[in-house]
Design a protein around this ligand. Structure first.
Ligand code: SAM
Ligand code: SF4
Length: 506
């Protein structure tokens, strides 16, 4: 899911001694330097920025919300479309203006664009001092020290194991109610349009004990919703293939004991490989849901080829697993889907939607990603996307026109032959249709009462607050002594295509 706005930490400049983590002795001996972070792109990037801050904190870095006060500026980047990269380049140029008057300022580029362009940003474009790919964040203290020593520094090594499982992310820009938890990294699918497998490497699943522990910790801190994140959460699979030190409850290695909320957590050695201990996504989901009934659980993104009926039944079985699935289709035409290497066709996708509605329920929210104007797409193919949208009636969608990415299968094999003006026209038709469907879906909610988790003041006024339904719809309502993190019932009075509006009724 895209968010092109910079994500800025909500906490003002934090002094290191005020932070909980004082275990690193170097912290007290180092001068405190200010770190300013901006994140672009998907929620996984935001989650990664939280890991980066946690890694740097014990090395004398405090977060600042002001780039003018920063000693170190990191941009966590997205490479998914050319436009995302151009935005980052502009921002880097602005930061380089500051560096002219402040030569000790260190500028670093992290994430997918760093991985894609590697040395180019350092040596050719000379825009940055540090380049670090998504699997190199543990190395950041050394990279910064290298720059302190007068050299530029780069690490774009892609790992087959790194999941940052042991790192407790420092929540940035947080409303204190909803938290993102990465459950896996990388992607093994080779969708022909997509640069992610090249920038984020091979798929690997994070150990489930650390995921459940992190979810429990955020619940205890007052958060009431977690979103489990991965490029393809349905292919989550973890097995203790190597002996590793893992925290589990009461000394048992079998995963299900972790649902005992109050059980004492002890450290044990997991030394045996046992095929029965393989944990799939449905099992992980159930474990997180069992932490507490007041903790809502969401997940993203689901791949239509991998989502199983077991996951759907697990959603149905737990009231606190939100009844909402982000199930990107990309195109409604089977020939285009094959060129995209999505490994399903139109009929398969529509059957998945029927399965969702049959098993989870007819009101389960469904959203999608759509790409307009992929290579060779004809007007008829495009009409198939519009007709699929009519059949599914998505609640909302993220919609893009195709942007060729160097090195991908599509860039190597197919001509980017749909003219930009046609791509843009088709995209607009998709957007217009989605707006009609979103409005129609919201109109059906008028007169209904929904449980809403309060996330904070609405964007427009402090007199109004907002939260979301279990199906992921945004609801705005009058502030009647509202408190963040509480559940309220809201009677829906009216709506726009993006928002439901109503009154608290209890
Ligand atoms: N892993 C997710 C999946 O398979 O659905 C999506 C990850 S990607 C970060 C988010 C969305 O960006 C994709 O679903 C796709 O719609 C869009 N996207 C990816 N590559 C693109 C490209 N080259 N041009 C336009 N849109 C693209
Ligand atoms: Fe990209 Fe496809 Fe992987 Fe999603 S599943 S990240 S679109 S390669």
């Amino acid at each position: 899911m895209e968010n092109s706005a910079p994500i800025i930490p909500s906490t003002p400049s934090l002094e290191l001694h005020t932070l909980e983590d004082s275990s690193d002795v170097t912290a007290s001996t180092l001068p405190i330097r200010n770190l300013y972070m901006e994140s672009y792109g998907c929620q996984m990037n935001l989650a990664d920025s939280e890991v980066v801050v946690s890694i740097l904190r014990p090395h004398g870095f405090a977060v600042t919300t002001s780039y003018e006060q920063a000693d170190l500026i990191f941009i966590n980047t997205c490479a998914i479309r050319d436009k995302a990269e151009q935005t980052v380049r502009k921002r880097l140029s602005q930061f380089n203006q500051i560096k002219r008057h402040k030569p000790d300022l260190i500028i670093g580029v992290l994430g997918c664009m760093a991985e894609r362009l590697k040395q180019q940003l350092l040596e050719e474009e000379k825009l940055v001092d540090i380049v670090a790919g998504p699997d190199a964040y543990r190395d950041l203290p050394r990279l910064v020290a290298t720059v302190d020593g007068g050299h530029r520094a780069i690490n774009t090594f892609l790992s087959r194991e790194e999941t940052y499982a042991d790192i407790s992310p420092m929540r940035l820009n947080s409303n204190g109610v909803t938290a993102f938890i990465s459950i896996m990294r990388g992607c093994d699918n080779m969708c022909s349009f997509c640069v992610v497998p090249f920038t984020r490497g091979r798929e690997r699943s994070r150990d489930p004990y650390s995921i459940v522990r992190e979810a429990r910790e955020v619940f205890e801190q007052g958060y009431r919703e977690v979103t489990l994140l991965g490029q393809n959460v349905d292919s989550y699979k973890w097995s203790p293939t190597k002996p590793s030190t893992t925290k589990v409850a009461n000394g048992h290695s079998a995963f299900p004991v972790l649902n005992q909320v109050d059980s004492q957590v002890v450290e044990i050695q997991q030394a045996r490989v046992d095929v029965q201990e393989i944990i799939n996504f449905a099992q992980l989901l159930a474990q997180v849901a069992q932490i507490h009934p007041d903790l809502r659980v969401r997940f993203s993104t689901s791949h239509p080829k991998d989502i199983t009926n077991e996951v759907l039944h697990t959603m149905k079985a737990h009231d606190n697993i939100c009844k909402y699935i982000h199930l990107p289709v990309q195109s409604g035409n089977s020939r285009i889907l094959q060129l995209m290497n999505r490994t399903y066709d139109r009929e398969w996708y529509l059957q998945k939607v029927r399965d969702i509605r049959n098993i989870v329920g007819p009101s389960c929210g469904i959203s999608s990603d759509m790409i307009a104007g992929f290579c060779t797409e004809t007007e008829e193919d495009h009409q198939d996307t519009l007709s699929l949208m009519d059949e599914v009636q998505y609640d909302f969608s993220y919609m893009f026109y195709y942007s060729e990415r160097p090195g991908t299968l599509a860039a190597r094999k197919y001509a980017d032959d749909v003219p930009l003006v046609v791509k843009k026209t088709r995209l607009q038709e998709i957007i217009d249709k989605q707006r009609q469907h979103s409005l129609a879906s919201n109109l059906k909610d008028i007169g209904q009462t929904y449980q809403v988790l309060i996330e904070g003041p609405s964007k427009k006024s402090n007199d109004y607050w907002q939260g979301r339904t279990n199906t992921n719809k945004v609801v705005v309502f009058k502030n009647q002594g509202c408190a963040k993190g509480k559940y309220v019932n809201v009677h829906i009075k009216t709506c726009t295509s993006a928002t439901l509006l109503g009154d608290i009724c209890d």
